[in-house]
Design a protein around this ligand. Structure first.
Ligand code: 0X9
Ligand code: CA
Ligand code: CA
Ligand code: CA
Ligand code: ZN
Length: 449
């Protein structure tokens, strides 16, 4: 197990200093080290109390330390050598302070309003290159119209608020279910991670336009069937932008008993759900796992879709990436345990995950590691994909590497660079998908019929 979580500590620290200096200029920012308001001014349950913001906590250095922090119900957004950045409500922050932690409030999400009121239900004008749910669908429909033999889509179910959740298929003879290894890309489980939707659109565009001219793309679309679920959490994504001021929202928009809203979709999957202190059973927490596995309609819709790819008793999907932001990491299972191998994950399984994961990280410059090297999580999609479906699965945490690069809200100017940055890694996964064990020289043993 790796102990050094990130290599770019210097850069992260410099960025943090930059944020601290910039903080007073940001309307949303609180003086560092203090609550935005005295607690008395924000009675429990008030809008202020529920507002989510980021805090830096100095001290936590190991996966165990970070798991303990996460168990208070906050989300751990960044793990550095000797500190973490978390997202928390004022209430949760108070709880952590009560446990003796010193929390330093970071600047809130950028306003980017250019002095004008934002259009409701859209990104601020300065971030106009990001796609709303409607714009995403329009862009996908355009690509399908341009490449009807290559791209198709189907509605695989509905979100809690009734939005369509779609799966886009890309392959030669796209209308036929051919005997080709299938590969899955999922995006936007977490509402505020908007760059992941752009990643999906980048893939649809790059594969659609590259077929016939880009040799690697052409070969992969000829020999693979690619599934992209571009927006697992459309309700959360729309909620995050609808006031014109980013809400730092993570969850879906399903109401819970007791009045709080939202389930962490990436703690709601049906493998070792809630097993190991890697999620919260408290509604209102940032990692609330839901009332039972697949209690969130969005989780169930995607899980049903994946189960539906079992044909004649064989799962057709061989490999998958679930896109998140941020921290620039390539992660592999399991998340529920810090052991390298466990039930259903042999040394060879682990080594093949690591070999392909490390090669992908080599190409995009991310840091490769087992997901629990960060902190323990249970009920995550990657554990379910491998543990339940034997699909090789990765989580990519995209740009930036730290809060200094914009955290969950990098400016739209970075979209092209930070999505195309993953082209080679995605192609590598597709190229390996017919036999992931080739990466450890064990094709004969595992991949011969
Ligand atoms: O905690 C998460 O769900 C992911 N990080 S995020 O900041 N985007 O919320 C990481 C999930 C990685 N996979 C597992 N830990 N199993
Ligand atoms: Ca811009
Ligand atoms: Ca095909
Ligand atoms: Ca097929
Ligand atoms: Zn995420």
């Amino acid at each position: 197990m790796r102990i050094c979580v990130r290599s770019k500590r210097g850069a992260a620290l410099a960025a943090l200093v930059a944020v601290a200096i910039a903080a007073p200029l940001t309307a949303n920012a609180a003086p560092s080290g203090d609550d935005p308001k005295p607690r008395a001014a924000a009675p429990a349950g008030s809008a202020d109390d529920r507002r989510i913001r980021q805090y830096e906590i100095h001290g936590p250095s190991t996966a165990a330390d970070r798991t303990k922090i996460a168990s208070s119900g906050v989300s751990v957004d960044e793990a550095r050598d000797h500190s973490v950045v978390v997202s928390a409500t004022a209430e949760q922050a108070e709880l952590l302070r009560g446990q003796g932690h010193k929390l330093k409030a970071l600047a809130g999400p950028p306003k980017r309003l250019g002095g004008k009121a934002a259009e409701p239900k859209d990104f601020p004008a300065e971030d106009a290159k990001y796609h709303t749910y409607a714009e995403m669908n329009a862009e996908i429909d355009r690509q399908i119209a341009a490449h009807p033999d290559l791209i198709s889509k189907k509605v695989i179910g509905k979100s809690h608020e009734g939005r369509d959740i779609i799966a886009v298929k890309l392959s030669d003879k796209v209308a036929d279910d051919e005997a080709e290894p299938e590969v899955l890309f999922t995006h936007h489980q977490h509402a505020r991670e908007h760059l992941t939707v752009e990643m999906a659109l980048y893939l649809v565009r790059t594969f659609g336009d590259g077929y016939g001219s880009d040799e690697r793309v052409t070969k992969m679309l000829d020999e693979r069937e690619v599934w992209i679920v571009p927006d697992v959490n459309p309700d959360g994504g729309e909620y995050d932008i609808k006031t014109g001021e980013y809400q730092s929202w993570r969850l879906n928009r399903q109401p819970n008993e007791g009045g709080d809203t939202g389930t962490d979709l990436n703690r709601n999957w049906a493998y070792k759900w809630g097993c190991c202190g890697g999620s919260s059973d408290v509604p209102g927490s940032e990692t609330y796992r839901g009332s039972e596995a697949e209690s969130a309609p969005e989780t169930k819709v995607v899980a049903d879709f994946v189960r539906g790819r079992v044909v004649d008793g064989k799962q057709q999907i061989k490999a998958a990436i679930d896109f998140h932001t941020y921290s620039e990491l390539v992660l592999w299972p399991y998340g529920y345990t810090t052991d390298d191998t466990a039930e259903g994950l042999t040394q060879d399984d682990r080594d093949a995950h690591a070999a392909v994961g490390e090669a992908m990280a080599e190409s995009n410059g991310y840091t490769p590691q087992q997901s629990s090297d960060l902190y323990v999580t249970d009920g995550s999609i990657d554990d379910w994909l491998w543990g339940d479906q034997k699909i090789f699965s990765y989580t990519f945490e995209m740009y930036p590497s730290s809060a200094g690069g914009g955290g969950f809200y990098p400016p739209d100017e970075v979209i092209e660079k930070e999505t195309s940055r993953n082209k080679d890694a995605v192609l590598q996964l597709l190229e390996n998908a017919d036999c992931m064990y080739r990466s450890i020289g064990k094709e004969e043993q595992y991949c011969k019929a």
